[in-house]
Ligand binder design. Sequence first.
Ligand code: 6GU
Length: 228
Amino acid sequence: MRIDIITILPELLEGPFSASILKRAQEKGLAKIHLHNLRNYSTNKQKSVDDYAFGGGAGMVMTMQPIDNCISALKAEREYDEVIYMTPDGEELNQSISNSLSLKGNLLILCGHYKGIDERAREAYITREISIGSYVLSGGELAAAVLTDSIIRLLPGVLNDETSALSDSYQDNLLAPPVYTRPAEYDGMRVPDILLSGDLKNIELWRHEKSLERTKTRRPELYKKYSK
Ligand code: 6GU
């Protein structure tokens, strides 16, 4: 899979993609992530990418010209399955969106800033608008990093058995059960006996029971989806 990300702050995205699972996925050739600095596509002398909003009001708006040039240049090189705009007024990201995007070949992600991008760019180019939750970030970069991470970890071969995505929270609309590691007793606090029993069948039942309990108390709305 290939993910192209258009941003005015590439340095904000370099970190998350150069460590751990996302780094390994790229080294293994399973994912290609390319950052594009929007400013390089601005044709005016100041390399500006924003301007005042028509109609007045506080805050700048990202202009058509650099977005148009950048997206056109990328689209001339390959077809994109989705052109995604990261924006707080988009569809809220969830596991099922990440699952379906992980099946695509080429994704293009545009990070918004300021008051957002000129509405005409949304109409002309964007096929999907995604938010990562009901709070405001200073720009779309951190949200794009979250989205990219959630997609790439699902690609076949990225995770090994120990980190398998199948037992993650949300994968079946349930939160993951509690986990423990050695020592079996720490400062008087003991690991539940069942986990030390070696009885794999009952351990699975116990974990499922704990998942249900957790989901019911912490995320009742998720639990309703699971139980119907
Ligand atoms: Cl995608 N962008 C910004 N700026 N803030 C957000 C967001 C995106 N998702 C949640 N908050």
